[in-house]
Design a protein around this ligand. Structure first.
Ligand code: HSE
Length: 431
């Protein structure tokens, strides 16, 4: 039987679920994996906080750096679940790696921004820095990319990488509620906090995760600046109801591929046809579709957040380290990663959905359509739906494929017409 000594820094939902899991499943882990996991020490901000396990049973350290040397002994693995983008999380992980201690982390923000240093330090010190828990909670997408399909040529990765925004969008639709109402509800249910919601709603949390997927999929140097990021805060319940009539759902889609030897990486709201499984990803679930030269669609769906699902991913990394895997942390040796240029997303062609609120007066629709005609924008569908407000009228248009840049230039000009009442809502359509 193999003994593995770990320390845990950060005892929020995931850290606490991990301790609980190791306590409750120790016999099961022992029998199934021939492994005994010993928790040498734990650390968090507040020792007296109520938790799902009894913190008094473990050696407690107020300063997580003290976990790196306990009674003259270093752990085999430091588990970092504090989650700051830099500061103590970065200092702790860096100190552990420099001291030849393996690290398991769920910290996507830190890895997407500072992973370029940390993975290099890990490799120089011959230790692993594993992060299954950092992307899509309990879904084993990192190991799928790094192990199972590492020898596939990845064509495209796309999906839903943030549970909070998916919960908000699906609940808005289900309960016909506004964005603000459902965001409040999501905070009350503990899906997101005031601090986290900026990263969730703004699309940054999903883009952090996409940065890591892009690195493993294409061997790209970690570079958060390759991402185009847009969040869901401008999505209205009107948009959600209109797109439903057109056969779509709005989802926050993260996608990356290599185009013209450049990285295209985008996190943005998109209209997804309702017969696409991604459109039916409910509540706080995540879903990822991977297209390769050998697999048309590898579709993974599951719990992308939460204590137990994310702790399951942490444990899978503990198992990988204990099995003395010699697969690099990122699949590739750090020196093999290539610095890609960013593909200019205004060159991407797509169909688009537009919602325009106009003054309800004769000639408005024909003016808009003739404007589209003059600017070579081909309309696919048009809907004009009177609502209770007699003064104004929403017009919904879908276009055929057009380059983003051309459409945006035209939309800016239409926005200046005097009968346009609001900012024009513009969302690409998946095809
Ligand atoms: N806040 C994230 C989400 C979970 O809502 O998906 C942690 O990444």
């Amino acid at each position: 039987m193999k003994n593995i000594n770990i320390c845990i820094a950060g005892l929020g939902n995931v850290g606490s679920a991990l301790v609980n899991l190791i306590e409750n499943n120790s016999n099961f882990i022992h029998h199934k994996a021939d492994l005994k996991i010993n928790i040498l020490g734990i650390s968090a901000k507040n020792k007296n906080k109520k938790r799902v396990f009894n913190a008094n049973r473990y050696n407690w350290y107020d300063n997580p750096i003290d976990l790196l040397m306990i009674e003259g002994k270093s752990p085999d693995i430091l588990i970092e679940l504090i989650g700051f983008e830099k500061d103590i999380s970065y200092d702790l992980v860096k100190a552990a790696l420099t001291n030849k201690i393996n690290v398991v982390t769920g910290n996507k923000a830190m890895l997407a921004k500072y992973g370029h240093d940390l993975f290099k330090i890990a490799e120089e010190n011959n230790v692993l820095l594993l992060f299954e828990a950092a992307v899509a909670g309990g879904i084993p997408v990192i190991k799928a990319l790094k192990n199972n399909i590492f020898l596939n040529k990845i064509k495209k990765i796309s999906g839903i990488l943030n549970g909070t925004t998916n919960y908000i969008l699906t609940t808005m639709e289900k309960e016909n509620k506004s964005f603000d109402e459902v965001l409040k509800d999501a905070k009350e249910k503990g899906f997101t906090s005031d601090h986290e919601s900026k990263l969730d709603i703004g699309g940054y949390d999903a883009a952090h995760k996409l940065t890591l997927l892009t690195t493993i999929a294409y061997g790209a140097k970690i570079d958060f600046d390759l991402n185009d990021v847009e969040g869901i805060d401008r999505i209205t319940i009107q948009d959600i109801n209109f797109v439903k009539q057109l056969g779509y759902k709005i989802k926050l889609i993260s996608e990356s591929s290599i185009i013209d030897d450049k990285v295209f990486a985008s996190t943005k709201p998109k209209l997804i046809p309702i017969d696409n499984p991604i459109a039916n990803t409910k509540g706080a679930l995540n879903a990822i579709n991977i297209e390769t030269d050998q697999l048309d669609n590898l579709y993974l769906e599951g719990e992308g957040a939460g204590g137990s699902p994310t702790a399951s991913s942490v444990l899978s990394d503990v198992l990988e380290i204990s099995s003395e895997s010699n697969i690099f942390s990122l699949g590739y040796s750090y020196n093999k990663l290539k610095q890609f240029e960013k593909f200019n997303s205004s060159n991407v062609e797509s169909k688009y959905y537009l919602r325009v609120r106009v003054v309800d007066q004769p000639g408005v629709l024909s003016k808009i359509t003739s404007y589209f005609n003059d600017n070579n924008i081909s309309i696919e569908k048009i809907l004009q739906i009177p609502d209770s407000d007699n003064e104004s009228m929403p017009i919904v248009i879908t276009t055929h494929k057009i380059r983003a840049e051309e459409l945006i230039t035209s939309v800016k000009k239409i926005s200046d017409l005097d009968f346009i009442l609001d900012k024009i809502s513009l969302i690409p359509i998946e095809h």
